[in-house]
Design a protein around this ligand. Structure first.
Ligand code: FCB
Length: 477
């Protein structure tokens, strides 16, 4: 019998959520609409017309939810702050009631010995900044507009002043690729714009926002404060070794990953990215001083991973993973619209995403080599299944356990080969509002009955609790 895999002492076992996906209370305490409120209330944008108005009602169930985390043995919790709950117009002073919610959440977590990992932006831009009348372009404000990066830095400073005494780990942005390319490129995410140049501008201004926010955080946080960002780098495979397919792989790698890691880790945009997109923009929105700001030293890198991306030259209608957040009429891949995406081999989850842990291993080893000495966290990983309670009310989700087991085995292999991986955050703690899919996709380790808001830990939650308590990977079901 083989020995169970052991993780290093102090390895963090967490779960993740995001404000708009779980909080609800959309109009309480002075909160104003974010781009996701506007988008989800626009007919046809979200499956079934679902919105985050109530979501998992976490705003009202905070104490019970934290107790639930503790009962599952979690040692960390990754959550996001809703910008419009704290700074409703995206400008000016903070709303204390909004900050109080997060202050209480953090206090509850600390009381239970759960380490908070705070994300400042998980996609809920205050609507007023999108519909900016104070200097946005004719097409609107939002992330394609430089000013938004400065607004974000101010907001980061406000939250850091309020919570910096209690929260050590700060993540600026979650998956800026999705904000830029699904929000402004394909339009399947809020604010639902479809303009390749706007998407590239948004990508740059998100990176700039990260850099400016990192400066604001560094100024406001005590010395032990730590700053990171969570990316969703793509594990891109070429369908064949043919030169044209390898070139497609290179292009998608540039547009999905190096567009962010270039400036963040190396202080420059990759030459091949600039050449590939030269037809649509001259990148004159990048100011000389921006790159030094974006390269602000990071204390860790967060990696979100679900499935690999398989590409070839030519066109094909198979939906890529990154389109998988909703049906897309337009490609999000600015300047690489001719590339074909294929379903990777492997069993599919309810999202239609193939379970292939080798992509996670490859990404961990890639950043281990590319950014030596930079600690890594898996800030999201998990799977949606069609979970249902049985007659006894129990929710068995062996598929999810198998998914987690295989991905954690891959993570362990990377650790054994030297990757400085410090923790793992399961997506997600609770079933929640899965963006363009509404409530139709269940990612939680805890089942939520959205009619009653009752929470039922699935078998995967019990399996994960055992892992968190022992630091040893339990066998798959
Ligand atoms: C990621 C998002 C997260 C969730 C998972 C399934 O891209 O960051 O909010 O939707 O996908």
């Amino acid at each position: 019998m083989s020995c169970p895999l052991r993780f290093p002492p102090g390895f963090l076992w967490g779960a993740a959520t995001a404000a708009y996906q779980v909080e609800g209370a959309a109009r309480e305490g002075g909160r104003t609409p974010s781009i996701w409120d506007t988008f989800s209330h626009t007919p046809g944008k979200v499956l079934g017309g679902d919105t985050g108005d109530i979501a998992a009602d976490h705003f009202h169930r905070r104490p019970q939810d934290v107790a639930l985390m503790a009962s599952l043995g979690l040692t960390a919790y990754r959550f996001s702050v809703s910008w419009p709950r704290v700074q409703p117009t995206g400008r000016g002073p903070a709303v204390q009631r909004g900050l109080d919610f997060y202050r209480r959440l953090v206090d509850d977590l600390l009381d239970h010995g759960i380490r908070p990992l705070l994300t400042l932006y998980h996609w809920d831009l205050p609507q007023e900044l999108e519909a900016d009348v104070h200097g946005g372009t004719a097409a609107g404000g939002g992330w394609p507009h430089r000013e938004t990066a400065h607004r974000f830095a101010d907001y980061a400073g406000i939250v850091a002043e309020a919570l910096g005494d209690r929260v050590q780990w700060w993540t600026t942005l979650n998956e800026p690729w999705c904000s830029a390319f699904l929000g402004y490129g394909s339009g399947v995410h809020a604010p639902g714009r479809s303009d390749p140049v706007a998407a590239l501008r948004a990508a740059h201004h998100l990176s700039l926002a990260h850099g400016l926010a990192a400066q604001a955080l560094r100024a406001a946080l005590p010395a032990h404060g730590r700053i990171m960002i969570s990316l969703n780098p793509a594990a891109v495979r070429a369908r064949t070794r043919a030169p044209a397919d390898l070139d497609a792989q290179r292009r998608v790698d540039a547009l999905a990953t190096r567009i962010f890691t270039g400036p963040l880790l190396h202080g420059a945009y990759p030459d091949d990215l600039l050449a590939d997109t030269a037809r649509i923009t001259d990148w004159s929105f990048v100011h000389d001083s921006d790159l030094a700001v974006i390269k602000h030293p990071l204390d860790a890198l967060g990696i979100n991973y679900y499935t690999p991306t398989v590409v070839s030259a030519g066109t094909d209608n198979a939906p890529p993973r990154h389109d998988g957040h909703g049906a897309s009429a337009r490609s999000p891949w600015a300047g690489a619209e001719h590339i074909a995406f294929h379903r990777p081999p492997g069993e599919c989850t309810a999202m239609g995403w193939a379970a292939d842990p080798s992509g996670l291993y490859d990404l961990l080893m890639r950043f281990h080599r590319e950014a030596p000495g930079l600690p890594l966290y898996i800030t999201e990983n998990g799977a949606a299944y069609e979970d249902k309670p049985d007659a006894a009310g129990t929710v068995h989700d062996p598929g999810r356990i198998a998914y987690l087991h295989s991905h954690l085995t891959a993570a362990h292999r990377a650790l054994a080969r030297g990757a400085d991986l410090r923790g793992y955050f399961l997506w997600s703690l609770l079933d929640n509002f899965e963006w363009a899919y509404g409530y139709s996709k269940r990612f939680g380790a805890v089942y939520v009955d959205f009619a009653t808001q009752a929470r039922t830990p699935k078998s995967s939650a019990h399996w994960y609790a055992r892992l968190a308590r022992t630091n040893e990977l339990p066998p798959p079901p």
